[in-house]
Design a binder for this molecule. Structure first.
Ligand code: HEC
Length: 98
């Protein structure tokens, strides 16, 4: 039975790490430069009216809402906001518990 246990543990570890890699790849999407563009636009655009908010302040879902709100409020072009959202989501590490 010991062998079965080890096998199951190994299977579990493999599944978890594969999941994490998939998530990271998903965040970078097909265009890794989007994060770079987003970081630049974030620094240039999001400090115009108020202090820069740290990407870690909000969860992925909250950034969707907030950045979309800012897009409307500040009249920021859609592609720029999409880049910024990708950067913010990739930079908040994990979901922030609030
Ligand atoms: C035109 C000025 C302006 C720009 C540019 C701007 N903001 Fe804001 N932001 C505001 C104002 C004003 C508020 C206060 C809430 C309101 O009145 O809409 C705010 C509020 C916020 C909040 C608080 C939560 C919320 O959604 O109200 C966050 C987070 C935020 N901004 C992030 C950003 C990010 C990220 C960017 C860049 C994409 C950005 N802001 C660009 C004016 C701006």
């Amino acid at each position: 039975m010991k062998i079965v246990k080890y096998f199951m543990a190994a299977a579990l570890v493999t599944t978890v790490s594969a999941g994490m890699v998939a998530e990271a790849a998903d965040k970078a999407k097909k265009d890794p430069m989007q994060i770079v563009r987003g970081a630049k636009s974030w620094a240039q655009t999001c400090s115009r009216c108020h202090n820069m908010r740290s990407p870690k302040e909000l969860t992925d879902e909250e950034w969707e809402v907030s950045a979309t709100h800012m897009r409307v409020r500040a009249n920021i072009p859609g592609n720029v906001v999409r880049d910024i959202i990708v950067f913010l989501k990739a930079s908040n590490n994990e979901k922030v518990k609030k």
